[in-house]
Ligand binder design. Structure first.
Ligand SMILES: [Zn+2]
Length: 273
């Protein structure tokens, strides 16, 4: 899962998305119009090393401009020429024009769909904070770019919403209604492209008991989540006597389905256990 970290950088992710969108392969020259050559090459190397993209070479007929073959190494072209492979126009492969191109791996598609790369990152940070996988319930939304997680920190309930985009007012209303239904001890918003200023004002004004924490950039994730988890643990430790604990999972999942649907019209029954 460590590989997923490569995708946290927005420039890297953009290139990865470009390659993925091309499906069958994208010529190197079409990858980016805005990045400097050096930067682009660095990104490409990272993506190749992480097994997210593969480099190939297209052999293109000089006469017809049509692609006649693809190979994975330059040496293969020389070999083919030596073995006598020629284009239908009569030229050996090695004399045709050769263009570098990149293809997405199935792993890249998996990571970018439903923002799995961001989920992997979240789970990894929580793991470092001593939270086991069994204390995390993930709900991957059907729409892209959104993950919500319920996390048990020593019996306190953290609700985390991770948006692979900007977190705007529309999301805030929806998130707010979920907070008021599930009543987590902490409600955490993480957005890869920042949180709209009016959202922050909205949660400052909103009258709710949950503490809303916003994390605007993934590079703050470790530090910010550590702070939240520490605070939750401190709060738990300071409580005296046996806490009347409905477990966090009960809190999250024992609501009648119709109430859940009302609170969260976007979710289907299948996504709820
Ligand atoms: Zn040719």
């Amino acid at each position: 899962m460590a590989m997923a970290e490569v995708l946290e950088d927005q420039a890297v992710r953009q290139i990865a998305l470009n390659v993925k969108s091309a499906g069958g392969g994208m010529l190197a020259e079409e990858l980016s119009k805005s990045l400097k050559q050096e930067e682009l090459e660095g990104i490409i190397e990272q993506l190749i090393e992480a097994h997210f993209i593969m480099r190939e070479y297209a052999i293109i007929c000089q006469k017809t401009q049509k692609q006649i073959s693809r190979v994975q190494t330059i040496e293969a072209i020389d070999k083919a020429a030596k073995l006598g492979f020629v284009c239908s126009c009569g030229r050996p492969y090695s004399e045709e024009s050769i263009k570098e191109l990149f293809r997405p791996t199935s792993e890249l598609k998996r990571m970018l769909d439903k923002s799995l790369w961001a989920t992997a990152r979240l789970v990894s940070v929580l793991g470092k904070l001593g939270i086991q996988d069994s204390q995390i319930l993930l709900n991957l939304e059907e729409g892209p770019n959104e993950v919500d997680a319920a996390v048990d920190v020593d019996g306190l309930f953290l609700m985390i919403e991770l948006k692979d985009d900007e977190f705007a007012m529309g999301h805030a209303y929806r998130f707010g209604s979920r907070v008021s239904i599930y009543k987590p001890h902490f409600a955490v918003i993480i957005a890869t492209k920042g949180i709209a200023p009016e959202v922050k004002d909205h949660f400052k004004r909103a009258d709710q008991k949950s503490k809303v924490v916003d994390i605007e950039h993934l590079n703050e994730l470790d530090r910010a989540l550590c702070k939240v988890v520490d605070e939750a643990r401190a709060q738990r430790a300071s409580e005296r006597g046996p806490a009347c604990r409905k477990t966090w999972a009960e809190l999250y999942y024992t609501r009648p389905p119709d109430e859940q649907a009302k609170a969260d019209p976007g979710a289907t029954d299948e996504q709820r256990p």
